[in-house]
Design a protein around this ligand. Structure first.
Ligand code: IPE
Ligand code: IPE
Ligand code: MG
Length: 233
């Protein structure tokens, strides 16, 4: 089987999963953390090189404050529980998004995860936190404008690669496969630039029910796709 080098996941459906069980939404997010743990392990074993997961969008701040703070508490809890195993499995944690806007304890945990795993050369595990595709493109454009103004780069030399090189995902390949759980057919501001030629896979399965077997199904579906990138077969 052809393993997508870069797999990205929109981990949606935690709230509905909880609601169906008469639980509060944060319990759904907690259950989602357990799926994440298994999916990271499976991705590593399967030989995926980059796994990018959408954990919190720039739009998710619109949610009730207790849900937002509950999600960030879970980030702290997840890192505390998982960091040893991630490190032992040679996983390198990386954060994409403006994570410096997160609460102090979450930032400290994230920094610890980055420092602990920085020399690992196995799976690159990108966690998108306070991430928005449009905000990311805007950030890249602002950096480029500064460099054009200072003469460091000239406008004539600007290419698509220049924009890519100032995104959070600089130096990473674009996602080959984007999986969305929870059944919605949209990207919700995820990897807006990078998804230009990604294969999309949507499943109705809610994120807390997404198992490594479901990941394998997604990869099987990916293997049935013909990627043409605008060319001919
Ligand atoms: C996705 O699950 C996780 C986050 C956005 C943090 P949701 O919380 O959006 O779950 P639904 O879509 O309401 O079921
Ligand atoms: C996308 O899910 C964001 C994450 C999974 C973190 P949302 O639940 O926020 O997306 P919409 O609101 O349904 O588009
Ligand atoms: Mg949702």
């Amino acid at each position: 089987m052809n393993i997508p080098q870069h797999t990205a996941i929109i981990m949606d459906g935690n709230g509905r999963w909880a609601k169906e069980r008469g639980m509060v939404r944060v319990q759904g997010h907690n259950a989602g953390m357990k799926s994440l743990k298994e999916i990271v392990k499976a991705s590593s074993t399967m030989g995926i090189k980059y796994l990018t997961v959408y954990a919190f969008s720039t739009e998710n701040w619109k949610r009730p404050q207790d849900e937002v703070s509950g999600i960030f508490k879970l980030v702290v809890k997840y890192i505390k529980q998982e960091i040893k195993e991630l490190d032992a499995n040679n996983v390198r944690v990386n954060i994409i998004g403006d994570w410096h806007a997160l609460p102090e304890d979450a930032r400290a945990s994230l920094q610890y995860a980055l420092d602990t795993t920085k020399d690992n050369d196995g799976l690159v595990f990108n966690v998108a936190l306070n991430y928005g595709g449009r905000a990311e493109i805007l950030k890249s454009v602002k950096t480029i404008l500064d460099k054009v103004a200072s003469g460091e780069i000239s406008q004539e030399d600007l290419t698509e690669d220049t924009i890519s090189s100032y995104l959070y995902t600089a130096e990473m390949p674009d996602p080959d496969l984007i999986i969305r759980t929870g059944g919605e057919y949209r990207l919700s501001n995820f990897l807006t630039w990078q998804s230009a030629y990604s294969e999309l896979y949507v499943t109705d399965v809610y994120w807390p029910d997404f198992t490594p077997a479901e990941l394998e199904k997604a990869i099987e579906a990916y293997n049935g796709r013909e990627r043409r990138f605008g060319g001919l077969k």
